[in-house]
Design a binder for this molecule. Structure first.
Ligand SMILES: Cc1ncc(COP(=O)(O)O)c(C=O)c1O
Length: 354
């Protein structure tokens, strides 16, 4: 059977387990500022839900396409970008096919391949960064899909434009390249922007989501860009009406909320400055991040660190569940949340050292 996807601990579960009312969730890389107010207002203004949505989703597709100089036929919408990961596997993988991906990376790719009876060929990171050169070497005659998470979850690292350019040039044209950029909005402007490759390399699909910077994880809306043929194939396997009316309204408004995005980036940047300095001060290694989380090395086992922090009311992810032993993944929060995390880490270290 398949290894199930392991979710982060919810606030409700953490309350039950820690006995604390006030818990801080830094486990699922959500937006600590809440939700785009424009998105909330748009969803509140819905008057009825009795009529099915326009299943072509043309208005929102055109809006998304126009932001990147593409056309509606280059856009697919999903119930979260997770759904599009599954659509890719459903549409492009057959039993016995191979899919090249990194390890550790977002676990859903592997699961989607396994459900189709395809084999994930997992290529270890190099110094915490996706090893694109080694991924090229791992390509075989059976490879149908290459899946890259950029910036990578759970490390937060970016591959860099130079390495990316070489990879895209050298990946055989017959292979579908899928790039999950769930965190791209947090990355610096000179980071890899795979949407630029969509017009240039056929068989390229780039996934984005409103779950992270737009603060809409519970709404379930994601989108993908690609060449018209690959997108057309995904359209054929998706369920009708896969995106609900509130998701359309909320996502469309959120995408226009530049002020919320700007604030979210600013809070993330100041969180990065505080946390990276303090982690270094504590002697804890963290990979340089281009996202809204850190993969932090801990001197105890990852699961022990997870449990200890949970008892302090802070939920993080244990690297043991993410194929990243010796590290925990912590989302960057508000300043107050970040300081609470630092205090709890300090307490854990003091106890460990004495
Ligand atoms: C790399 C990556 N892709 C996709 C997702 C989920 O996206 P969505 O909520 O749009 O399904 C996550 C969420 O944690 C993620 O880390």
């Amino acid at each position: 059977m398949f290894e199930p996807y392991q979710r982060g601990t919810s606030i409700e579960e953490a309350r039950r387990r820690s006995g604390m009312r006030h818990v801080i969730k830094l486990a699922s890389n959500e937006n600590p500022l809440g939700t785009s107010p424009k998105a909330l207002a748009a969803m509140r203004s819905l008057e009825s839900l009795n009529v099915y949505v326009d299943d072509t989703y043309l208005d929102l597709k055109e809006k998304l396409a126009a932001r990147h100089g593409l056309r509606a036929e280059n856009v697919v919408l999903g119930h979260g970008s997770n759904e599009i990961v599954r659509l890719v596997a459903d549409a492009f993988l057959e039993p016995g096919d191979e899919m090249v991906m990194a390890v550790p990376t977002f676990a859903l790719y592997r699961l989607a391949a396994a459900i189709r009876g395809a084999r994930a060929i997992e290529v270890p990171l190099r110094d915490g960064v996706t090893d694109l050169g080694a991924m090229l070497v791992a390509v075989s005659d059976r490879t149908r899909v290459a899946f890259v998470c950029e910036p990578n979850n759970p490390t937060g690292t970016g591959a860099g434009r130079e390495a990316w350019k070489t990879f895209v040039e050298q990946l055989p044209a017959r292979i579908l390249l899928v790039v999950d950029q769930a965190y791209r909005e947090y990355a610096p402007p000179d980071a890899v922007d795979a949407i630029e490759d969509v017009g240039l390399r056929p068989r390229t699909i780039v996934l984005r989501t409103t779950s992270k910077i737009y603060g809409l994880a519970a709404l379930r809306f994601g989108y993908g860009f690609g060449d018209a043929e690959s997108i057309g194939t995904l359209e054929r396997v998706r369920l009708p009406f896969n995106v609900a009316a509130p998701a359309l309204a909320g996502a469309s408004a959120a995408l226009d909320d530049d002020e919320f995005v700007r604030r979210s980036i600013a809070v993330n940047e100041s969180g990065k400055a505080l946390l990276s300095a303090q982690f270094a001060e504590m002697g804890l290694h963290a990979f340089a991040t281009q996202a809204n989380f850190y993969a932090l090395a801990v001197p105890v086992s990852a699961s022990h660190a997870y449990e200890t922090l949970l008892r302090s009311g802070i939920i993080v992810r244990s690297g043991d569940a993410l194929r990243m032993p010796g590290r925990i993944r912590v989302s960057i929060g508000t300043e107050e949340q970040n300081r609470a995390l630092l205090a709890a880490l300090q307490e854990m270290l003091t106890r460990w050292r004495t």
